[in-house]
Write a protein that binds this ligand. Structure first.
Ligand code: ADP
Ligand code: MG
Length: 251
């Protein structure tokens, strides 16, 4: 399976080619193409309803696509014969809502997937849980329940839970948009540290300042298409009126 990584996609870890997706009569992705290289941070921005979340969900096969190709870490995601379990081991995804199991402690939340999906022995999984919690600054919350944590802490725990699977790619979908402004900073800091560690990531965000500082490349989606893309400089010097209007600079 893994040798497929070299075919077509070059050095890209994530590669979308002419991806189309409709929900009934609604065309949500209209020929989306972009690549993410190893260690790169790609930020997706755009108006609500432009297809950002759908694009992200297609990468992790939470949605199936109608046409086009998606390759992730050598997995042909568009292929009906895809090994979904293998894909999900390589790709971590964190959503706006934390999705922690409320009846489990933070440690139990984190240990669950590695021990059940990856069959890692419990003792080792617990040791790794401590390591990933330290990575997000929550080593003292091991035995707490989600409701005992602030929203920012819960989101950091959700990130730690993804990291426990040792993913090769992380997907973030507006992970700070449900948080009070004073709590977004601590979550963004964790993501920034991950980026500096060389994690490949695709991040949908409305935090423009953060996108500017962290993104190697930015994709602006508009009506289901990649309307403009480039380095973070497009956020200060957009070339299309639509992006200019979106970021409020006028053009
Ligand atoms: P964004 O993340 O950019 O706000 P989405 O990808 O969530 O946009 O949604 C794009 C469009 O697709 C929206 O009009 C949304 O209502 C619609 N949509 C998303 N998911 C579904 C679904 N499962 N069924 C029907 N329509 C959907
Ligand atoms: Mg969305």
């Amino acid at each position: 399976m893994q040798q497929n990584a070299a075919s077509g996609a070059g050095s890209a870890v994530v590669s979308l080619r002419e991806v189309h997706k409709s929900f009934g009569p609604l065309k949500v992705l209209d020929g989306v193409t972009f690549d993410v290289a190893r260690g790169e941070v790609l930020t997706i921005i755009g108006r609500s309803g432009s297809g950002k979340s759908t694009a992200l969900r297609c990468i992790d096969r939470f949605e199936t696509i109608d046409a086009g190709q998606i390759e992730v870490c050598g997995h042909k995601v568009h292929d009906p014969g895809l090994d979904l379990r293998a894909l999900r081991q390589d790709v971590g995804i964190v959503f706006q809502s934390y999705n922690l199991f409320p009846h489990l402690t933070i440690e139990e939340n984190i240990v669950l997937a590695p021990s059940s999906v990856k069959r890692i022995p419990k003792a080792q999984a617990r040791k790794e849980a401590r390591a990933v919690l330290a990575q997000v600054g929550l080593e003292d919350k091991l035995h707490h329940y989600p409701e005992q944590l602030s929203g920012g802490q819960q989101q950091r725990a959700a990130i730690a839970r993804s990291l426990a699977m040792r993913p090769k790619v992380m997907l973030f979908d507006e992970v700070t948009s449900a948080l009070d402004p004073e709590l977004t900073g601590e979550v963004l800091k964790v993501i920034e540290a991950l980026a500096q560690d060389g994690m490949t990531m695709v991040m949908v965000t409305h935090e423009m300042g953060f996108a500017r500082s962290i993104a190697d490349r930015v994709v602006f989606m508009h009506r289901g298409k990649v309307h403009e893309s480039g380095t973070a400089t497009i956020l200060t010097a957009p070339t299309t009126p639509e992006l200019a209007q979106f970021i409020g600079t006028g053009l």
